[in-house]
Ligand binder design. Structure first.
Ligand SMILES: Cc1cc2nc3c(=O)[nH]c(=O)nc-3n(C[C@H](O)[C@H](O)[C@H](O)COP(=O)(O)OP(=O)(O)OC[C@H]3O[C@@H](n4cnc5c(N)ncnc54)[C@H](O)[C@@H]3O)c2cc1C
Length: 403
């Protein structure tokens, strides 16, 4: 039996952000992670890190934001095309020296590498190869079982164990929402240093070289994220592997890039939020993908998981600081309510983007009309450029979370 004051389950970006926030509040913290320390995490994941996320991380670990910003890539130009014709372009000045950029773009594995270094420097205890297989929660605390047969107890647990969240499942908290219609192929392509592309974010409505499918190209440090939106009836497997994948990549990028694929995955995106962000005993707090899953347009996944983590750590700190049980419970209630509200906001925002990308007849007519008028009225091109990512706003209270 191992007892700790606070245990975080999962050493993904959200679990590590929670651990950093707890250390910044002076709490000892132990992270139980199913994988090995040198595990390879397959698949395309977060590249776009918002400034609000950098600010939260920097409060816990001063200097971390500057490291992530310096490693990441900050593209200054964005373009949007409609059926092959440019309808919008804008170039921004570089961020002033000494300030944080609006965003930085780097592979999630690199973000995790910096988070791990920061956690180790802050004295976070990691237990690798510790897959949590069971969780029980009472008014007095939480008991966790692992696949190695160990038992751990804690006064509070932050569950950041990802979308399948065995902790959430053990506590019987359901996810609510739906799966979007339509398939997307998401590909990571390594940069070709011999034939570099302009560092620009480019969105194509109805790309003429791929039978009118939508295509998004986003640069990140070391490569390109390329999203292809499939037509109804397309075979996702055929377009995400072998010659089927190479053929459409050659049509949207210089041909050599088709042989530089690092990952290719197919998605139908879930738009789901946990029914409650804490268990009935108010001892287990859910954060990140354990609590919500959104379509990635607008980059609201990790960017809302980090504030979840910070808010969970703050709530746990308050709960541990008071001798009054009702006050402790209220801190967790506040966390659960406010972060669930933020998740609903983010789910709706990602849903708005999905609706724009899969328009009905009226929306499609509006998009075509905007494309036709964009050379006369810049606001129409601006709308076409921004709408695929949903509304710009972050949920209320996302940046700084205080009681
Ligand atoms: C294609 C794509 C693009 C995306 N782009 C962006 C983007 O640009 N910006 C953005 O903000 N978000 C983006 N996201 C979302 C982002 O990747 C996720 O929000 C993020 O990974 C969630 O982090 P997490 O720590 O909650 O979960 P995870 O990253 O899944 O980490 C969970 C951790 O828990 C561990 N674990 C699981 N089960 C157990 C167990 N039983 N016991 C112990 N440990 C366990 C896992 O091994 C893992 O280390 C994207 C996602 C996709 C799929």
């Amino acid at each position: 039996m191992n007892h700790r004051q606070v245990i975080v389950v999962g050493a993904g970006p959200v679990g590590m952000a929670a651990a950093l926030s707890l250390r910044a509040l002076g709490r000892p913290v132990t992270v139980l992670e199913a994988g090995a320390e040198d595990r390879l995490r397959p698949g395309s994941r977060a590249i776009f890190v918002h400034r609000a996320t950098l600010e939260v991380l920097d409060r816990s670990s001063p200097g971390l934001a500057a490291d992530l910003a310096a490693h990441g890539l900050i593209w200054q130009t964005k373009r949007t095309f409609y059926a092959g014709t440019q309808v919008f372009a804008r170039t921004y000045p570089p961020p002033p020296a000494g300030t944080l950029p609006h965003f930085t773009s780097l592979p999630q594995v690199e973000t995790e590498r910096y988070l791990l270094q920061a956690c180790k420097a802050a004295g976070v205890e990691f237990v690798w190869n510790a897959e949590v297989t069971g969780a029980e929660s009472t008014m007095d605390g939480v008991a966790l079982a692992t696949s190695t047969g160990d038992r751990w107890t804690a006064e509070y647990v932050i569950a950041a164990d990802g979308s399948r969240s065995p902790v959430r499942a053990a506590l019987g908290i359901p996810m609510e929402g739906s799966r979007s219609d339509g398939w997307y192929v998401v590909v990571d392509v390594e940069e070709d240093a011999g034939d570099p592309l302009p560092v620009e974010r480019v969105f194509h409505y109805a790309h003429p070289s791929v039978d009118g499918r939508n295509v998004l190209l986003v640069p990140y440090a070391g490569g390109w994220r390329v999203d292809l939106q499939l037509h109804d009836g397309d075979d996702p497997d055929a377009l995400s592997s072998g010659e089927g994948l190479r053929e459409w990549l050659r049509a949207v990028m210089p041909p050599a890039y088709a042989d530089r694929v690092a990952w290719a995955s197919t998605y139908r995106f879930l738009q789901v939020v946990a029914a409650d962000f804490a268990d009935p005993a108010r001892r287990v707090l859910l954060a990140g993908e354990a609590a919500h899953l959104f379509a990635p347009f607008g980059a609201r996944g990790m960017n809302s998981g980090v504030p979840d983590a910070d808010a969970a750590a703050t709530a746990v700190h308050i709960a541990l600081s008071t001798p009054v049980a009702a006050r402790a419970r209220a801190a967790v209630d506040d966390f659960a309510l406010s972060r669930r509200r933020a998740a609903m906001f983010n789910r709706d925002a990602a849903g708005t983007a999905l609706t724009h990308l899969r328009p009905g007849p009226a929306e499609r007519a509006a998009q075509e009309g905007a494309a036709q008028g964009a050379d006369r009225d810049e606001s129409l091109g601006h709308w076409l450029d921004t709408a695929p990512y949903g509304p710009r706003e972050l949920p209320p209270g996302n940046t700084i979370y205080k009681y």
